[in-house]
Design a protein around this ligand. Structure first.
Ligand SMILES: [Zn+2]
Length: 98
């Protein structure tokens, strides 16, 4: 993948060496000082994606757990049912009007 860029600099087409600065992980161009950051960036993006996924999974299981809370009382359920029926009736009227 990014290996192809390691031996030539995209900026000046010079040689990119990974032993110019032993303290740095990234390969570096000996001509202009350009450094190949694409590898570490893609790794970072992967890590971010993974973290995002696990976060979504976490919130999903969390919201699922809250579903196990005590159920609504009969009257609350009836109120919700009537509200939904009223909303649906309103939708029907708007559909017929247009
Ligand atoms: Zn260069």
């Amino acid at each position: 993948m990014a290996r192809m860029n390691l031996n030539s600099c995209p900026r000046c087409n010079g040689a990119v060496l990974d032993y110019v600065q032993p303290t740095e992980d990234s390969p570096m161009c000996i001509m202009c000082g350009w450094r190949d950051r694409t590898v570490s960036e893609s790794v970072l993006a992967e890590v971010k994606n993974h973290l995002g996924k696990s976060f979504i999974e976490h919130t999903y299981t969390h919201s699922k757990a809250t579903r196990g809370k005590p159920p609504m009382s009969g009257w609350d359920r009836e109120k919700k049912r009537r509200a939904q029926l009223r909303m649906r009736a309103n939708d029907q009227r708007e559909l017929n009007a247009s």
